[in-house]
Structure formats: C-alpha cells, structure tokens
Design a protein around this ligand. Structure first.
Ligand SMILES: [Zn+2]
Length: 250
C-alpha cells in the first residue's frame, strides 16, 4: 500500500516509521528497498483486502495524478467481512480502479456490485494478441443506422435489410467501398483486434478504459445489434480523463 496511518494521518512509507493499516487497523511496516516501490506491508499476514494486487509503478503513477485525499480509501465489505481499498475514490462517490491483471467474470461482478459507481482503467500493454485498428465512423451515428457492424480491426458493414439473406448474397461493405464515399471516419473511434480477449472486460457494464501507454486512453464501447454486439474503442486524452475526476480536491 502507498499509505498507512501514522499518528492518525495518512503517510507514505519511510524507513523507521510504524504504521496502522487504513483498512484492518493492524500494524504495518515500511518497505523501502532500492529496487521496489516504497510501500507499506502488514507485519503479520491478515485477511485484509483479498482484492488488492501487487502495486506497480503503473498503479502508482496513475494514483499520483489524483489528490492524496482521494487515494486508497477503505470500505468495509459486510458480505466478505473484510476491507477493500479503492485505488481512487472521489468526493462525488466515484471509485476508479487501476487493474493490471485480468479478472474472472465472478471477480469482476463482485467488485462492480460492491462499488457500484466504478470506472476501470486497465493496463492494455499486458494484453496478448491485441492491436489497435483504423479509425472508423462513430458506430452510434445516424449515418450507420441501416448497417450492422462486424469484424475485428477490418470492420465490415452489412445492410440490416440484408441480414437474413444467405452470406453470399449479402452486400458487405468496407469503408473503402464507393457506397461509403459520404461517410467519414471519426478521429476518435477505432476498431481493434483482440485474439485472446479477457472476457470479463467485454462483459462489464461499467466504463472500462484501456491504457496502451502514451497520452490517450481507449474507452471500450459496444454497439448492441440484432446480429450481436460490436465492440470498438473511443479515444480520450488522459488529461481530459484526469481533469474530469480531479475537479474538487478537498
Ligand atoms: Zn490491513
């Protein structure tokens, strides 16, 4: 953990300090080695927060974008009878979790049920078989109302009226087709390929933002269609994202 209570205040780990866990109240000792992030650890292994994952520089850099008073906020879980620490919890009651490893669908659902107002930021640099495709028109724009979208990074547009025809009779369009001359790709919507997709993220009904490094996040979006869901990404600058939830520091 980045913080523990020392004499009643939230303090970062420093050699020689003794802390108290913000969650369970047990004794914490500072770990301040050369190679690892300075952090606090429980002196004795306790059932504290089973959801907590080993903190990386990636986590720490994200949390550091938010006021200290928003970081590592503990909540008691009556059902699991343990404390959970939100990575970031804003005064408006919104939790932001930075997740490095994949979750099972059951894990995802229990966290989403617990926090309710939750946003996920996930580390996409760890995904296998993931690649960003081309920019595409906004899949929810009126201009595509008559089409169903499919495919991974190479999006195929099929007219809804032809959806029930045998495959060889269907007109399948790509953006390069002359019929699409009047349709512009947007600058912020992208297709993607994800060969070994983490199913839990695709099933989440809460906002999921993928961090691929660089200055942007990619918001995982879906379009409900008669032929099945179509997933795509909406680019958001990290600065916009951070400023959006950073407005009212205490
Ligand atoms: Zn604890």
């Amino acid at each position: 953990m980045q913080y523990a209570f020392v004499d009643g205040s939230k303090v970062e780990a420093r050699k020689g300090l003794k802390g108290i866990c913000i969650g369970c109240g047990n004794e914490m000792i500072p770990k301040c080695g050369e190679s690892k992030l300075h952090h606090w650890a429980h002196r004795v292994l306790t059932k504290c927060d089973s959801w907590w994952e080993r903190e990386t520089i990636w986590h720490r850099e994200w949390k550091d974008q938010f006021p200290e008073s928003y970081r590592e906020i503990s909540f008691y879980d009556e059902i699991m009878q343990e404390y959970h620490r939100a990575d970031v919890h804003t005064p408006e009651g919104l939790t932001i979790e930075f997740q490095n490893s994949s979750l099972s669908i059951a894990e995802l659902q229990s966290r989403e049920a617990f926090y309710q107002k939750l946003i996920w930021v996930i580390n996409g640099l760890k995904f296998k078989g993931f690649s960003l495709g081309k920019s595409i028109p906004d899949p929810k724009s009126a201009i595509l109302k008559e089409y169903e979208l499919s495919g991974g990074s190479h999006v195929v547009y099929t007219r809804k009226s032809e959806r029930l025809f045998p495959p060889r009779l269907k007109d399948k369009f790509t953006l390069e087709h002359p019929a699409f001359n009047h349709i512009q790709a947007s600058n912020i919507h992208y297709s993607f390929d994800w060969k070994h997709a983490h199913k839990a993220w695709l099933q989440s009904n809460l906002p999921v933002f993928i961090d691929l490094g660089g200055h942007f996040l990619y918001w995982l979006k879906k379009r409900e269609q008669a032929s099945g869901e179509f997933f795509y990404l909406q680019m958001v600058s990290k600065l916009t994202f951070i400023n959006r939830y950073h407005k009212h520091p205490i």
